[in-house]
Ligand binder design. Sequence first.
Ligand SMILES: [Zn+2]
Length: 155
Amino acid sequence: MHNTDERYMREAIKQAKKAYALNEVPIGCVIVHEDRIIARGYNKRNTIKSTLGHAEITAIKKAGKVIGDWRLEECTMYITLEPCPMCAGAIVQARIPKVVIGAMNPKAGCAGSVVNLLQMEGFNHRVDVTYDVLQEECSRMLQEFFRELRKVKSV
Ligand SMILES: [Zn+2]
């Protein structure tokens, strides 16, 4: 793990906190190109009433505009939580070479938990994945969110 990874994961955490503030599951993402953040995203699924509101999809859309190409071949994505099947698919489709993950998602994660779509033998693109960067901070944020949610629901 590099300090650079932690630095950018902190930026992804900042994005996740924006989701938290909107009562959305706190998941955040940044995409880095040539040591510069070119796109940010946070989960806003409820706010925009779309399953496409995941942090990674938002960031991939923005990054494509900045780079001027759907291929994000020189980019690194930092995500606070292991991606779902949709986002893992988008990462492969965008040919992102490197993904850095904070916490794992045992029930839905597609970077090794349920399946590993990022590193399938049969696909023509495989992603270099770094796990557990600021894992505790990323998990704690999610745990707090769900704890608060349960409190609200039990009132
Ligand atoms: Zn997703």
